[in-house]
Write a protein that binds this ligand. Structure first.
Ligand SMILES: [Zn+2]
Length: 300
């Protein structure tokens, strides 16, 4: 009996050793650059306006393009659809800019559906209700209506939510710049005042991520759906099409100006790549790998 028990224990030990040997190792060459991605979409933020107030302290920590492009029409829903689906309007077909609860939602694969399909937690904070269109109903989304929730409040909510829930993907939309543009004009003093608040808000969010112990593992992308001119947008003018695209956080190569042309649909591909998830072959978007300190085989 004693021999049998010893034999059974030995067999269990060998089986366990084989199981351990066969499991994929964590921290191996396959370590993704990030465990969390936060996309901040500043509705209507022009690249030239944000570049002018982007301080040296953030420049040193950013991989930035101030000449990224959105798609046509340069309007909130079509442009955000390109940003999250990884494809242009010729493929996603969303040309409308209105949506009400109860209407059909986007049915294409998005950065949200891809992250959730692989078990990642996704959360959205949006300042325009029509952005609910971008996600299936079951995806958690908080609608922080402008103007009650101004951009400082939305970013503070994002910082709280990140610290509490640690989503793999957090999408944050603020509407202040777009609202100031429509009311007072793009590049008006009221508009520029709104844009001038942004660097400190981004810096505060980075500090909150650091305080949560996650800055090394978090990629933050600050971008916009479109720019604007006069009191409108939607056209093919460079003022409407040009958007900021700035990467920050632990996985980012700081102090880098991104030379290649970046399209808004590269944002979705970059988020998936950073999280170590495959980018769907049908997407036009390509990961902006130039912005990232991509993991080496020796690990971290
Ligand atoms: Zn607008």
């Amino acid at each position: 009996m004693r021999f049998r028990a010893a034999l059974a224990a030995a067999v269990r030990f060998v089986a366990l050793a084989l199981l351990i040997a066969a499991s994929p190792q964590r921290g191996s060459a396959a370590s993704p650059p990030a465990r969390h991605v936060i996309i901040i979409s500043l509705d209507g933020a022009r690249a030239d306006a944000l570049q002018a107030v982007w301080p040296v302290s953030l420049r040193e920590r950013s991989a930035a393009s101030w000449s990224a492009l959105t798609t046509l029409p340069s309007s909130t829903l079509p442009s955000h659809t390109s940003m999250v689906t990884g494809v242009s309007p010729q493929i996603h077909g969303v040309g409308f800019n209105d949506w009400r609860p109860g209407q059909m939602r986007l049915a294409l694969p998005t950065v949200f559906t891809e992250v959730r399909r692989r078990g990642g937690v996704v959360y959205l904070l949006v300042a325009k209700e029509k952005l609910r269109f971008l996600v299936p109903e079951e995806v958690p989304l908080d609608y922080l209506a402008y103007p009650r929730h101004r951009q400082a409040d939305v970013i503070a909510s994002a910082a709280r939510l990140f610290a509490e829930r640690r989503p793999a993907l957090l999408f944050v939309h603020v509407a202040d710049a777009d609202d100031a543009g429509h009311r007072y004009g793009w590049m008006s003093s009221r508009y520029l005042t709104v844009i001038a608040e942004v660097p400190a808000l981004v810096d505060g969010l980075l500090q909150a991520i650091r305080a949560a112990g996650a800055l090394n593992d978090t990629l933050v992308i600050v971008t916009a759906d479109h720019g604007g001119h006069g009191r409108t947008h939607g056209t093919a003018l460079p003022e409407d099409l040009t958007i900021p695209w700035v990467a920050l956080g632990g996985p980012v190569r700081g102090g880098v100006m991104l030379e290649r042309r970046i399209w808004t649909y590269d944002t979705a591909a970059t988020a998936l790549f950073a999280l170590g998830l495959p980018v769907p072959g049908a997407w036009q978007g390509r990961p902006v790998v130039e912005a990232l300190r991509v993991a080496t085989p020796t690990g971290r």
